[in-house]
Design a binder for this molecule. Structure first.
Ligand SMILES: NC(=O)c1ccc[n+]([C@@H]2O[C@H](COP(=O)([O-])OP(=O)(O)OC[C@H]3O[C@@H](n4cnc5c(N)ncnc54)[C@H](OP(=O)(O)O)[C@@H]3O)[C@@H](O)[C@H]2O)c1
Length: 328
């Protein structure tokens, strides 16, 4: 398995990480049984993927319990990245976020128990609360690092100013943010900033929530939760699928799948970038890992660059009611 180093002094992680979110209910219903979720995590570990991404609010603790079960007896093979701070009701409603220092420590205490581990490898606020100075949130994580309960500090969906402010308090190891052929807004300011500071980039949404896999059609059911996301709405989806058909054609020419090409493109953007791929069935792991074997020539990269220039995939990243949660 190809390995990459996260950030200047961060851990070695597999060149592809496993996003576990969809194994529990969060942005949409859970898409697999618990058995399939655990089997997917174990298939990933068996294949040399050591980088697992979860959040305490994915299924309100369910996802961490699942990860905990899957890594039992093989903790040393897993590097676990946990997001915290999003508040949910017992029925799953989003209630806001709490990233005040005492809340940070409280969330961490529960995550350690649910995961069944002594230390969380990368710990990060899911979002930054403009009402809580980032220095306070990050300061609490720095305390947890001193106590040996957390190994590395991460951020999620943070903009340039917050990245710089956080990094002054404690070195940030990784920024988790959306990045794919269809979502390239970070290239302008955020990516240069993390590169300047020696922070690794963990890309999520690499296959555009399925859009870039070639498996989505215009007949996506009205009750599919993705319909709430502008890229999948009735206006944007047909246009976006036309672009995806170009990706399908390129993948065909390169003798790989559309998904593998989308993942390979993110991998090609730099050794400091590690794509997370959301998977919830074990057979996906081997298929998607073959993206590591896709070699992109300069001509391929130029083609992809032109076809998927910023704005080629239309529709905001998040639904209007959650827009404030997206970094710009
Ligand atoms: N920091 C943040 O704000 C944030 C936000 C969102 C997500 N994340 C993290 O990033 C991870 C990935 O995000 P995501 O799941 O939203 O986006 P994604 O990785 O772009 O898309 C995942 C979707 O693609 C499907 N898929 C994967 N491989 C496929 C293949 N070979 N053929 C067909 N379909 C395939 C998956 O299906 P199956 O599930 O059926 O395998 C799943 O529905 C999450 O699990 C989470 O850990 C972080």
């Amino acid at each position: 398995m190809e390995m990459r180093t996260l950030g200047k002094n961060g851990p070695r992680v597999s060149a592809m990480g496993l996003g576990c979110m969809r194994m529990s209910s969060f942005a949409g219903p859970k898409t697999s049984t618990d058995e399939e979720g655990i089997a997917t995590i174990q298939a990933a570990l068996d294949s040399g993927i050591n980088f697992l991404n979860t959040g305490d609010f994915y299924g309100m603790g369910h996802n961490e319990l699942l990860v905990g079960k899957a890594i039992k007896g093989r903790r040393d093979q897993a590097l676990i990245s946990v997001k915290f701070g999003a508040l949910r009701s017992p029925s799953g409603q989003m209630l806001g976020i709490d990233v005040r220092p005492n809340a940070v420590k409280n969330f961490a205490a529960y995550s350690l128990q649910r995961l069944g581990v002594d230390v969380i490898d990368i710990y990060q606020p899911a979002r930054i609360d403009p009402n809580v100075p980032i220095e306070e949130t990050v300061g609490a994580i720095a305390d947890l690092i001193k106590e040996g309960k957390v190994r590395y500090l991460g951020l999620s969906e943070a903009g340039v100013e917050n990245i710089r402010r956080a990094h002054k308090v404690h070195p940030v190891t990784a920024l988790e943010i959306e990045y794919s052929l269809g979502t390239r807004f970070i290239e302008d300011a955020i990516l240069p900033t993390v590169r300047e500071l020696g922070i690794g980039l963990v890309a999520y949404g690499v296959v555009g929530q399925g859009l870039l896999t070639g498996s989505v059609t215009n007949d996506i059911p009205a009750n599919d939760f993705r319909r709430q996301f502008p890229k999948f709405d009735q206006e944007n989806l047909p246009k976006n699928l036309e672009k995806v058909s170009l990706l399908e054609r390129m993948a065909h020419d390169k003798n790989c799948t559309t998904t593998q090409l989308a993942i390979a493109w993110v991998m090609s953007r730099g050794e400091d970038i590690v794509p997370l791929v959301g998977m919830s069935r074990p057979e996906r792991v081997a298929e998607n890992l073959r993206a590591c074997d896709v070699t992109l020539t300069k001509e391929d990269l130029d083609d992809l660059d032109r076809t998927f220039a910023l704005g080629a995939i239309t529709g905001d990243r998040y639904p209007a009611q959650f827009k404030h949660l997206a970094a710009e």
